[in-house]
Write a protein that binds this ligand. Structure first.
Ligand code: PFF
Length: 451
């Protein structure tokens, strides 16, 4: 048995791990991305496939990724090196960790830009800009907002700096505290918004759009997007859960913790959908209006509900914090790697990693204005980075993790780490060895046109 202490410390309890992993999972992916891609992919068809993906692939892979991290207790690259040695597998498995780190950077680069929008909207909320809003006003406000590269770069820089400062403080002080305070507030706010959505004339149409089963709308693209979103939203396939697992004490149940995290993540995404679509329909907005959807809908709610000023301010603060707890998770694998392999201090590692992602973020900034007409394969540069990471790199990472955990690692080792009753272990084993990899693989084949 590998018995190492992680260089970076350990979570203080199971609860701390659950909060941190929920912090990584719950973020812009739930509140900003889930609603708009559900809107672009047929609503209920997407939601159904999404939930199935979370259960059959997301949870087993989340367990596997956490397990790999806890077994080796190092950064993702070193973890894969240690575990391949232990399993007697090909050393090239470590490329899995490299790909994860690259994906993390690419995601962080645009994530910080969008989190910058949320930061700017916090200020707008404070200034009372949403007062009396209607669809026309919020759409114009958003279009005007994203038209200025300088403004977007300013807010992107603000957010990236905040990420770097928090990560430089290390896991106990930085991550744990931030998450512990804010996750409960987020849940309360989501329920409040759903409460408002219930009062609008679009409520039943919104629910119908999200939940009434419509199998005819399920296409290859819908399924791939749903898989990608499941990986993105749970924060899988790129080493984050590996690194968080590395900080996890040995006596904590991986299965229970990951199921709690995945459930919380899915509930927040669904609540976001239930809050947003009624407003979309009540105000004649388009469900498939893209990345601006949340920014065009929720200000209408805040501008018209009682106590809207306060709720608006609280909501956007909370969205920024939810994004922060995810961005620190996105950067942490690279930071841990720089500290362990390049012998940097935590501060140096944070500055290096943050700067690279910050510069990359300019591509996303420009693709919403100056380069809005630059298209490759029919997509803007932002859409391309998003598709490359969420629809290709994360599922490929998840696929590799599944194969490694299901086929390469020795069974006594996975049994020992997961410590599950026999039946539950068997179910996990089937899901991780067959169902999850086959699912991802078939979808890939479909997308490249082989099926
Ligand atoms: N899960 C985060 C979200 O839904 O916003 C994004 C994310 C965090 C993706 C951490 C990947 C990751 F490793």
């Amino acid at each position: 048995m590998i018995d190492k202490q992680s260089l970076h410390g350990e979570w203080s309890s199971r609860f701390a791990f659950i909060l941190a992993a929920t912090g990584s999972a719950v973020g812009l992916g739930n509140i900003w991305k889930f609603p708009y891609i559900a809107g672009e992919n047929g609503g209920s068809a997407f939601v159904m496939v999404y939930v199935v993906c979370v259960v059959l692939m997301g949870i087993p892979i989340m367990m596997a990724e956490t397990m790999l991290g806890r077994r080796a207790k190092q950064n993702p690259v070193a973890t894969m090196q240690t575990l391949t040695k232990e399993a007697g597998a090909d050393t090239r498995w470590q490329y899995l960790a490299w790909m994860g780190m690259v994906a993390g950077f690419l995601i962080l680069s645009y994530y910080s830009v969008i989190a910058g929008w949320a930061s700017a909207y916090t200020l707008k909320a404070v200034m009372g800009d949403f007062f009396g809003s209607d669809a026309q006003k919020t759409s114009v406000m958003f279009a005007e907002f994203i038209s200025s590269p300088i403004r977007l770069i300013f807010w992107h820089s603000f957010f990236m700096l905040a990420t770097m400062i928090i990560v430089s403080k290390g896991i106990r002080n930085g991550l744990e505290r931030a998450v512990q305070m804010l996750m409960p507030v987020l849940f309360v706010m989501m329920f409040l918004l759903v409460g408002y959505a219930m009062t609008t004339s679009g409520y039943s149409q919104g629910l119908h759009f999200l939940f009434s089963p419509d199998f005819s709308k399920i296409t290859g693209k819908v399924v791939l997007t749903a898989i990608g979103q499941a990986f993105f939203s749970l924060g899988l396939g790129m080493g984050t859960m590996m690194i968080y697992g590395a900080y996890l004490p040995k006596n904590v149940s991986i299965a229970k913790s990951t199921i709690i995290v995945a459930s919380a993540d899915t509930i927040v995404a669904l609540l976001a959908g239930i809050a947003i679509f009624p407003i979309v329909f009540a105000n004649g907005l388009q469900p498939d209006s893209g990345p601006g959807l949340v920014f065009e809908t929720l200000p209408i709610a805040f501008g018209n509900m009682t106590g809207g000023w306060l709720f608006g301010v609280l909501f956007f603060i909370m969205l920024v914090v939810a994004a922060l707890t995810s961005s620190i998770a996105l950067i942490e694998p690279a930071v841990a790697w720089l500290i362990e392999s390049k012998e940097m201090t935590r501060d140096q590692a944070c500055v290096r990693a943050g700067l690279v992602a910050w510069v990359l973020g300019f591509v996303t900034v420009l693709s919403f204005n100056r380069w809005a007409d630059v298209h490759f394969f029919g997509q803007t540069l932002f859409e391309l980075i998003d598709a490359l990471t969420a629809n290709i790199m994360l599922p490929a990472g998840g696929f590799a993790i599944a194969i490694f955990a299901g086929w390469m690692m020795k069974q006594p080792h996975t049994e020992q780490e997961l410590a599950l009753p026999t039946m539950q272990y068997k179910i996990w084993k089937v899901l991780i060895s067959y169902v999850a990899p086959a699912g991802v693989f078939l979808i890939f084949l479909h997308v490249v046109g082989v099926l």
